[in-house]
Design a protein around this ligand. Structure first.
Ligand code: 4AD
Ligand code: MG
Length: 431
């Protein structure tokens, strides 16, 4: 094997001759010079082939190169302030690994279905690569945030015997002779973990058989779910806004190039700072009614409602204290007003909708048992969850951050399908 240098590291080799392994992204020629746009996944660099300075076979190989051909290139790294990477490669030698024939994704415009069918190749384009890099940075920042704040990473199960977020969108499967469901949320297990470890967070895939085809819904999506013992609703909101501000700062610091590649207006991200405005569900209803929406107290919000509220603030905003009847069974009622619960949804600006859902949890065993019967959930199936309230119950809170919606918002994408390498969507399981 050759001793290869990554394009991301050519800065360490100025004026030296290096080998890189790469693909041809594009090509330009002006008679006696060919300009090769090379990519190796870690970066892009232009290779300059001068006819008078290379062998005939290298010149011919360069001439024949087609888009996405794979090759090794030997060249000298030159500082080139005019290039976006700051470097260029003066090519001495080419070794073609494979000459690609008729690569389907050409530089011209393609429809989304065409690209989705070729998602395995679409990932190679600069924009898709940048999105995945930003996604990875968001994950890295999230873990860094929790790891230095005494949270322990805990992995809840994927196969579960019961539901967490209602039964309408459960993904059913068989577990030998029993029925099982793919997890909708690790929360209930994270509550058990919080009673064992104090402060915990999970990061993993969650599944919902959503029958709706929207720009915000995936069937398989990744969630970050912190759960905190001895933390109430108010204190949980502080953690949420600090987390989001930290994530945005990290992306701005470490992914400038990628944001530029995507064409994101970073001005909209630069002013994200805690505290975020908060409005109650009651206030949100009044605001929507003022704007002409025909929504009544007790109804849940849809995308247009959330967008209207976010537009009013043009910032991240918490909507708090929803009616208990439209929220999950485990949320703790407001002691002063039991018809609403101690919960909040964090709504992103620019129409991206809810990126976080969280709440303080019911800690009283009797009230929890009552909720099971109201929601027609079998107490037997949740016996272990009731145990958490029976043996040393404490006030506790947590939340779930939807990774893909967060990536969509930070990248300014108009659909979540580009935020995950291989999206699972309604009627799309391929590739
Ligand atoms: O609001 P949700 O349903 O909350 C829960 O699941 C809680 N058990 C979390 C917790 O408290 N530990 O989902 C949380 C977030 C939403 O705010 C949204 O960002 C995302 O998960 N989400 C989805 N993202 C993409 N596609 C879907 N179908 C999603 N459903 C929820
Ligand atoms: Mg929610």
């Amino acid at each position: 094997m050759k001793n290869l240098t990554l394009i991301s590291r050519v800065n360490e080799h100025a004026e030296q001759s290096v080998w890189i392994g790469c693909w041809l992204n594009g090509k330009r020629s002006s008679g006696k010079i060919q300009f090769l746009q090379l990519r190796d996944g870690t970066g892009y660099i232009q290779g300059v082939v001068v006819k008078s300075e290379v062998s005939e076979s290298t010149w011919e190989a360069a001439q024949k190169l087609t888009q996405e051909s794979s090759l090794y290139v030997r060249g000298t790294v030159r500082v080139e302030p005019r290039s976006s990477s700051g470097y260029e490669l003066t090519v001495h030698e080419l070794e073609v690994i494979q000459q690609t024939q008729e690569y389907p994704i050409t530089p011209k415009e393609h429809g989304v279905d065409f690209l989705m069918d070729r998602r395995h190749l679409w990932l190679r384009t600069a924009k898709q690569r940048a999105i995945i890099v930003i996604r990875a940075e968001i994950i890295r920042a999230t873990r860094a945030f929790f790891d230095v704040r005494d949270f322990t990473l805990v992995d809840p199960p994927i196969l579960t015997p019961s539901s967490c977020e209602g039964t309408t969108n459960l993904f059913h499967t068989k577990y030998f002779d029993e029925d099982a469901y793919l997890t909708q949320s690790g929360q209930l297990y994270m509550e058990a973990a919080a009673m064992a470890l104090g402060r915990v967070y999970s990061f993993g895939p969650t599944f919902r058989a959503e029958k709706s085809k929207t720009r915000r819904h995936l069937i398989e999506f990744w969630m970050i779910e912190p759960e905190m013992a001895f933390v109430d609703h108010e204190a949980s909101l502080l953690v949420q806004e600090q987390l989001i501000a930290f994530i945005v700062q990290s992306v701005l610091e470490n992914c400038r190039k990628e944001l530029e590649t995507i064409g994101r207006d970073v001005g909209k991200l630069a002013n994200i700072a805690a505290p975020f405005p908060r409005i109650s569900y009651d206030e949100a209803i009044a605001l929507l009614q003022e704007q002409g929406f025909e929504v009544q107290w007790g109804e849940d919000f849809g995308a247009p409602h959330e967008t209207a509220i976010a537009e009013k603030f043009e910032r991240l905003v918490f909507i708090t204290h929803y009616p208990a009847a439209i929220k999950a069974f485990y949320m703790k009622p407001d002691p002063n007003r039991p018809e609403v619960v101690l919960c909040a949804d964090m709504i992103a600006p620019e129409g991206y909708g809810e990126i976080i859902g969280g709440s303080q949890r019911i800690d009283d065993p009797e009230l929890l048992a009552q909720r099971f019967s109201e929601h027609e959930l079998s107490e037997e199936a949740y016996q272990w969850y009731l145990d958490l309230r029976k043996y040393g119950t404490v006030p506790h809170s947590g939340f779930g951050l939807g990774l893909e919606r967060t990536v969509a918002w930070i990248c300014g994408l108009d659909h979540v399908r580009e935020t995950i390498p291989f999206p699972r969507m309604l009627y799309r399981l391929y590739p």
